[in-house]
Design a protein around this ligand. Sequence first.
Ligand code: PHE
Length: 330
Amino acid sequence: MENLKDNILKADTLEALEGLRIEIFGKRGILSKEFIKLKDIPPQEKKAFAQNLNEQKEKLQSVFDDRYKEVKKIEIENILKSEKIDVSLYSNISNKASLHPVMETMDKIIDYFVSMNFAVESGPVVEDDFHNFEALNLPKYHPARDMQDTFFCGDGKLLRTHTSPVQIRTMKNSTPPIRMIAPGSVFRRDYDVTHTPMFHQIEGLVVDKKGVVSFANLKSILIDFLQYMFGDVEVRFRPSFFPFTEPSAEVDISCIFCEAKGCRICSHTGWLEVLGCGVVDPNVFDAVGYKDVSGYAFGLGIERFAMLLHRVPDLRTLFEGDIRLMEQFR
Ligand code: PHE
């Protein structure tokens, strides 16, 4: 019996213990065989023999149960140890996220103007008629309002159609000199290869005492900016019309795809239109109560820049959230 106890204590796997359980306590096990001997024992010794055997059995059983618990605990610990995940280990499977190309382009543009000492301003996306139109020299029923297919919200509110209302808000909240840009989303009822109902613009506004800021300043900063964005391109200013600037210009760069020879993307003109600008119309300064100042303003569509920089043929794909497109920008 003593060596059975030793065997139990030596067993160090549940499997070995199970073998011992069958060998000792099983139907045909050692203890059963001992009990069978009972029938050959003289009657007067039977009681003592049986009592002794039962005591031995109980002792062995309790040794076995204790050992079973111990071994089980050790095995669980081993499993936990072997399945532990070391989250600090290096893995070469990487799923790095990337900036959306529109945001990356926006950051690049902001970087340029911040380096030129422009402050970054913002305004609400749900605007009112005054800031989006009226104060920008776009009175009610002015035909130029049709240039911007507006989403109206009812109750006199609308989704801003450009970032120009931030010009008005910034001028009303501060005093000249002003040197600001305003990046943000804008909304128009438009949907085709180069238009989505939501897109992003960056507005620029510089205001100072009359005579300090001129169209020449506007030209020089925009030429520098466009060459920073697109490299060694030619820049051309074409007379245009915006209600809030006079004179106004649209700005083209020489086509970066065909070196101005003419291709499908530049409609065989050799030029790509990239932004609108001009000298701030006096009516705009009247609307915000500014006197004896002059200034210039410009506005550009960020998606247009991103499309040109990354050669994206259809603007709508930028907003479909297709992971295969995003992966190309990692
Ligand atoms: N707000 C104009 C647009 O959305 C762009 C612009 C801004 C033009 C400032 C001139 C000056 O088309």
